[in-house]
Write a protein that binds this ligand. Structure first.
Ligand code: IPE
Ligand code: IPE
Ligand code: MG
Ligand code: MG
Ligand code: MG
Length: 301
């Protein structure tokens, strides 16, 4: 694997997960705060075993761009809060109608649909509050506002929400390649690309460097969703999802569905190789970024 020698990804992930988890815990209101059910629901989904891929990518991109210290944490955690909100809503009966997430009952199964919707809403607005509050206190206002604009665009009309709409509308239909690409690049790719860009933005990287991180993140983000669908198609999520859920997924527009497994795997390998080329100039500081890109195709959950 090019560019990832001499780097222990497992220790890196373990260390960064700990830092991210403790920051998420510190930022989130306690669950005994009124109204308790809302705070319980927010914490239930934030602490139910997420891999923390996006915040770790954001930190790795910050460090690859010369950033140091903890000032990236509010932005990295805000992205994880938005990701968590997107999953809570994605699982709702009106969307993917999933009973299990990471092997545990989904938010609406535990708290009811209304609280699940509201916990998602609260995570989104809390993410914005966190960046404008704690984030702006720790970094320049200019970087912070630029990063926040990037994140909310990627979460909304230029990304996740738009992609989810087309994902829903395309269910059960034949999709052309452009639509297939749109769905994947937007519903999952956009927030991952924003994570990579925001690391650079918060480190004060110049426009050219941020553009390279953007290309890197777009490729990694698209590959991430294709691999998610490959793992589904291969039944690798096993007990983490119920049989009826796995059946419903067959209606979705996916790369394995359109191109088959072998070609989808080749597409992800090409995307990751191209992504690594985008950040090849980051040298030793960029090793974690390179390894995170490889992790996308090597992961099994
Ligand atoms: C799941 O994302 C949803 C997709 C965009 C494919 P992750 O695989 O990052 O979910 P967690 O947070 O680690 O469970
Ligand atoms: C995830 O797409 C996209 C989101 C923005 C949440 P999926 O619907 O494929 O994600 P999983 O498989 O439920 O995690
Ligand atoms: Mg979905
Ligand atoms: Mg889903
Ligand atoms: Mg999926």
């Amino acid at each position: 694997m090019k560019g990832t020698k001499r780097f222990d990804l497992d220790s890196y992930l373990g260390e960064k997960r700990q830092v991210i988890n403790s920051a998420l815990d510190r930022y989130l209101p306690e669950e005994d705060r009124y109204p308790q059910v809302l705070h319980k629901a927010m914490r239930y989904s934030v602490f139910s075993g997420g891999k923390r891929f996006r915040p770790i990518l954001c930190v790795a991109s910050f460090e690859a761009s010369g950033g140091e210290g903890e000032s990236i944490l509010p932005v990295a955690c805000a992205i994880e809060f938005i990701h968590t909100y997107s999953l809570i809503h994605d699982d709702l009966p009106c969307m993917d109608d999933d009973d299990l997430r990471r092997g545990k009952p989904t938010s609406h199964k535990v708290f009811g649909e209304a609280v699940a919707v509201l916990a998602g809403d609260a995570l989104l607005s809390f993410a914005v509050e966190l960046v404008l509050g704690e984030g702006a206190r720790m970094s320049s206002l200019e970087c912070t506002v630029r990063a926040l604009r990037d994140i909310v665009r990627a979460a909304g009309l230029d990304g996740m929400v738009a992609g989810q709409v087309v994902d829903m509308e395309s269910q059960g239909k034949q999709a052309d390649e452009r639509t297939l690409h749109y769905i994947h690049a937007k519903k999952s790719g956009a927030l991952i690309a924003s994570s990579a860009r925001c690391g650079g933005i918060m480190a004060g990287a110049d426009d050219e460097a941020v553009a390279r991180l953007s290309d890197f993140g777009e490729k990694v983000g698209l590959a991430f969703q294709i691999v998610d669908d490959i793992l589904d198609a291969e039944g690798r999520f096993g007990a983490l999802k119920s049989g009826s859920e796995l059946d419903r997924r067959k209606d979705k527009v996916t790369y394995p569905g359109v191109f088959g497994l072998a070609r989808s795997k080749q597409i992800t390998r090409d995307l990751i190789s191209g992504a690594k080329d985008c950040v090849a100039d980051t040298g030793v500081r960029g090793l974690p970024l390179m390894s995170l890109a490889d992790l996308v195709i090597n992961r099994s959950s």
